[in-house]
Design a protein around this ligand. Structure first.
Ligand SMILES: [Zn+2]
Length: 388
């Protein structure tokens, strides 16, 4: 008896989650929902009525349904909930508030003072956050999502030992904020969270699976597998920046030799570029120059494309993903580096005869780091299918 009650509750949560997930990725009617989910019209109506009553859904305009009748579209109510998003990088933190549809309502981005301790930085963030929450948006606070460079312990909610981030090693970020906010707080690697946000709001929408490649002060990855973020057995999955491109190369802080991060992260490629021409101290300058016909600048872009093609080829050979989405500074006038990478990768991968892999730039433009962190909580809510 007890088991069947549990099963019914689980089924209800599963169906509720399914409905929310479909509406989240695009307005649709009850008829379309029934078609997409395989649930009966009666079951859909029950769930939708409940979500409308709770204020989680809104009814939109009448749309033409596939069976020719006019049907009312359903959409998430942006004001049902709000979330706090915090991204901590090696140089800055970005803090903000998002509505339930991922729109950034408030945000602040500040440089981290390298002379102060991690605890002092957290206290500064806390004060910024409390000021933001003095005048909260409509709805209920759903939770706080935090992103930071990996490796980190998602279950314990703390940073482990990210290279070049020594002051933050072992910092229990989740506990710190749980003591301030009375809501769920979660932590995720920034590159994984960006890939997950791209799946919902950006270039990843059209793929069930793809790989997100973040190239900034380091190199990170996020593997979205059948709509879910793949973390691996111990949470270290997709750490593509610490894949060796030269097994006789320099020792990396991670303990491996010749990691691609040592050559192709933005500071490292700029270091090499400046040795060729002192004006090449910014990726945008290099791309502008390369596009204007400067062969030395084109040489730098070619070198970066070669490193990234090397790891993207590995990614595709192992995971067989149809697309790789690139985040960060490299997306500036992306066509040049995109063509270079696409050509190299698609001449090397085994699946090249089947159409090859797409190389895309992230389409997250509005405060992507805050969106990625806050989205973790929205994602958890929708996946759980719970009522609050
Ligand atoms: Zn490494």
């Amino acid at each position: 008896m007890r088991k069947s009650t549990l099963n019914a509750a689980e089924m209800r949560r599963f169906n509720r989650s399914l409905v929310l997930e479909h509406i989240r990725t695009g307005e649709c009617s009850r008829i379309e929902l029934a078609k997409k989910t395989g649930l009966t019209r009666a079951a859909i109506s029950l769930i939708v009525d409940e979500l409308l009553e709770e204020g989680i859904l809104l009814q939109g305009s009448a749309i033409s349904s596939s069976v020719g009748r006019r049907a009312v579209s359903l959409l998430l109510n942006p004001n049902a909930f709000y979330v706090v998003g915090l991204d901590i990088s090696r140089t800055h933190y970005a803090l903000g508030i998002l509505d339930f549809c991922g729109k950034c309502l408030k945000q602040v981005k500040k440089r981290i003072d390298s002379r102060i301790t991690a605890k002092d930085v957290l206290d500064e963030i806390k004060n910024e956050m409390l000021v933001m929450l003095e005048n909260p948006p409509q709805g209920k606070l759903l939770g706080m999502g935090i992103t930071a460079p990996g490796p980190l312990d998602v279950n314990e909610g703390k940073l482990l030992n990210p290279p070049n981030f020594e002051k933050w090693h072992g910092i229990p970020l989740v506990d710190y904020f749980k003591n301030i906010l009375d809501c769920p707080v979660v932590l995720e690697k920034n590159s994984g969270a960006l890939a997950l946000a791209e799946k919902v709001y950006g270039a990843g929408r059209q793929y069930d699976s793809f790989f997100g490649l973040v190239v900034d002060t380091g190199i990170g990855g996020g593997f979205v597998n059948q709509g879910r973020l793949y973390r691996g057995s111990f949470g270290f999955g997709a750490e593509i920046g610490h894949t060796s491109v030269d097994c006789f190369g320099d020792m990396c802080d991670c303990g491996n030799n010749g990691c691609v991060e040592l050559y192709a992260s933005v500071p490292r490629i700029l270091e090499w570029a400046v040795s060729l021409d002192s004006s090449f101290n910014d990726w945008k300058v290099i791309i502008d120059e390369a596009m204007a016909g400067n062969l030395l600048a084109l040489n730098v872009a070619e070198r970066e494309a070669e490193y990234l093609s090397c790891i993207i080829t590995t990614i595709v050979q192992v995971l067989d993903v149809p697309a790789v989405v690139i985040f960060g500074d490299l997306t500036y006038k992306f066509e040049l580096i995109q063509n270079l990478i696409r050509e190299k990768v698609n001449s090397r991968i085994l699946s090249r005869s089947l159409g090859g892999v797409e190389i895309k730039a992230s389409r997250l433009t509005d405060a992507p780091a805050i969106l990625a962190s806050g989205n973790l909580i929205i994602e958890n809510y929708i996946r759980a299918g719970d009522t609050i």
